[in-house]
Design a protein around this ligand. Structure first.
Ligand code: OOB
Length: 548
């Protein structure tokens, strides 16, 4: 069994002191945050979704019962549970219940399947798995059965929904609570509150430890920068487990500000426009491809979006042509967000001039976000030139969870995180994202590791070699293309896609396009790195697209 080290946080003590003195870390925990909001305005609506609504007081009570129920099941502070839920109100009560008991959620996306979940459970040393019985036609209970077979250390499965008979239901768990409150000291502000999932540049995702104090700092500042207050109504259209709709400013930022969160089962314009009109939504976050869908749909159907004030767009690069349409078509202020689950988040500010809002990806949240832009040799670039973005600060992690080899690659000795992004800094201190140095595909905001998909392809008996690269796509931003050198008989493209899908992974990772080649290049095999090979293939593709 993997030994699990639970560092309270990775910041050296002088930084801890500095961030506390500056007032960024205020010694708060999520459990206490919800309690204080519930005491301030118990009857105010906190969450609306799946035909239900919960006030702050009810949410707080549910969280306490879930916390007590989990402890009654035998979980204890510091344990990890993989949380695999769609956009339903229970997502919020469950995570706050866990925060209150000091139990650490590992956030999985609804699109994740057994291979990813098993990886999260093993690499996070999870004792539990919590899912919705069914969602979008997929049987998560079935996944739970396989998971239990494969992970002997996983003791408990908790299921929300009607098909929960085989496992503990959330109702049973809450009934077990017996009115006992976990001690207020179950979680300390500097403890890990949850584990996020990294975009995964190399192989499967890494786990990102975020503390109560550091994350609550981003909520407080994001709520302020995005103009949230007690009257704000935020529509959560993207999957809530993503860092972006969670905290930039997200549903957690909205709860921090005492506003109301409206959960949409899907990000489609049809579902969302109806919810915006009905619930008088004021804010929403989208990835660029969805924004494009919304813009087209709004031009056609002229929906009532009169209450909507701001749309945050991030997760992938937004083109200025699309950015320009936001205000005229939707009648709202665009706010660009360039962030990462590892920490650093940049926003354009609501009062910025149009040029800054359209052409840049914003500036950091904190005056103590340190940003370096370096050339390939690690030397700072000339002002205004593009280079590799490195960062450290009061809410950027100093290391992944239990992963020394990844930490060696991704962090400098003095604690900077190598983001893998290529950026430029404007004279006014705003960042403009130019691209990625790393080999992942940013498909509509979902990050796909080329290496992970190559490994699945290489395990197919008909594949001699495989290289996965990104291709520009008008709708998705980027799509994935797998170059395959067949062994003998060429397998069919559909068969290879089916093979990848059958590895039990999220559908968005299945290659969009497969191209068979005889060889990668004269010099390629065994002589150049996979990274260079991918760059060559990408250049070759760009050339073909350019010529066609
Ligand atoms: C967000 O978080 P992750 O962890 O899924 O992905 C981070 C990566 C960044 O390193 C960058 O490559 C890309 O996503 N990215 C953008 C971008 N926002 C994120 N690339 C270009 N323009 C943007 N505006 O995606 C995330 C986390 C918090 C807030 C917003 C996004």
């Amino acid at each position: 069994m993997v030994k699990h080290i639970l560092p309270q946080h990775g910041w050296p003590s002088e930084y801890v002191q500095r961030y506390r003195q500056a007032g960024y870390w205020q010694g708060e925990t999520f459990g206490a945050m919800l309690r204080s909001r519930a005491l301030q305005h118990p009857d105010r609506m906190a969450v609306v979704g799946s035909g239900e609504q919960f006030s702050y007081g009810q949410l707080d009570q549910h969280a306490s019962r879930i916390a007590a129920g989990l402890l009654a099941q035998g979980f204890k502070a510091g344990d990890r549970i993989v949380v695999h839920l769609p956009n339903i109100p229970e997502f919020i009560s469950v995570i706050f219940g866990m925060f209150r008991a000091g139990i650490i959620p590992i956030y999985a996306l609804p699109a994740h399947r057994i291979t990813e979940i098993e990886h999260f459970a093993t690499s996070g040393g999870a004792r539990g798995y919590l899912c919705a019985a069914e969602h979008g036609g997929f049987d998560y209970c079935g996944l739970a059965d396989t998971l239990k077979e494969r992970c002997p250390d996983l003791e408990h499965v908790i299921v929300i929904g009607d098909l929960a008979q085989r496992h503990t239901s959330l109702q049973d768990l809450m009934a077990d609570a017996n009115g006992t409150e976990p001690p207020a000291t179950a979680a300390a502000p500097q403890d890990i509150a949850f584990l996020q999932i990294s975009g995964g540049t190399t192989g499967l995702s890494k786990l990102i430890p975020r503390t109560h104090d550091d994350y609550i700092y981003t909520l407080r500042e994001s709520a302020r920068i995005c103009g949230l207050d007690g009257d704000s109504v935020l529509l959560c259209a993207l999957p809530m487990a993503h860092n972006f709709p969670m905290s930039s400013p997200g549903f957690l930022g909205t709860l921090y500000a005492g506003g109301r969160v409206v959960l949409s089962p899907s990000p489609s314009p049809q579902d969302c426009f109806e919810l915006i009109a009905r619930e008088k939504v004021t804010q929403c976050s989208l990835v660029p491809p969805l924004l494009m869908l919304w813009l087209d749909a709004a031009e056609r159907s002229k929906p009532d979006l009169s209450t909507l004030r701001v749309i945050q767009v991030g997760g992938a690069k937004l083109s200025s042509a699309v950015a320009q349409r936001v205000q005229p078509v939707l009648g709202v202020t665009l706010q660009q967000v360039f962030g990462m689950a590892e920490g650093l988040v940049n926003y354009t500010r609501l009062g910025d001039d149009q040029d800054t809002i359209i052409e840049t990806q914003g500036r950091p949240i904190s005056p103590d976000d340190e940003v370096l832009i370096l050339d390939d040799a690690g030397v700072p670039v000339q002002a205004g030139q593009a280079g590799h973005l490195l960062t450290r600060g009061p809410y950027t992690i100093r290391g992944y969870y239990n992963n020394p080899s990844a930490n060696q690659r991704s962090f400098t000795d003095d604690g900077y995180y190598r983001t893998g992004d290529i950026v430029k800094l404007t004279p006014s201190g705003y960042l403009v994202v130019q691209g990625r140095a790393g080999d992942h595909i940013n498909r509509a905001g979902e990050k796909i590791s080329a290496e992970e998909i190559e490994n699945y392809l290489l395990s197919h008996p008909g594949v001699f070699d495989a290289a996965v690269v990104s291709v520009p796509d008008t709708y998705l931003g980027e799509r994935s293309c797998a170059f395959i050198i067949p062994k003998n008989e060429k397998p069919r493209a559909v068969e290879l896609k089916k093979w990848v899908r059958e590895q039990g992974i999220a559908e968005f990772k299945v290659p969009d396009q497969i191209v068979f080649v005889d060889t990668f290049s004269e010099t390629a095999v065994g002589k150049i790195s996979r990274k260079t090979l991918r760059a060559q293939l990408r250049a070759q593709l760009d050339q073909t697209l350019h010529n066609s």
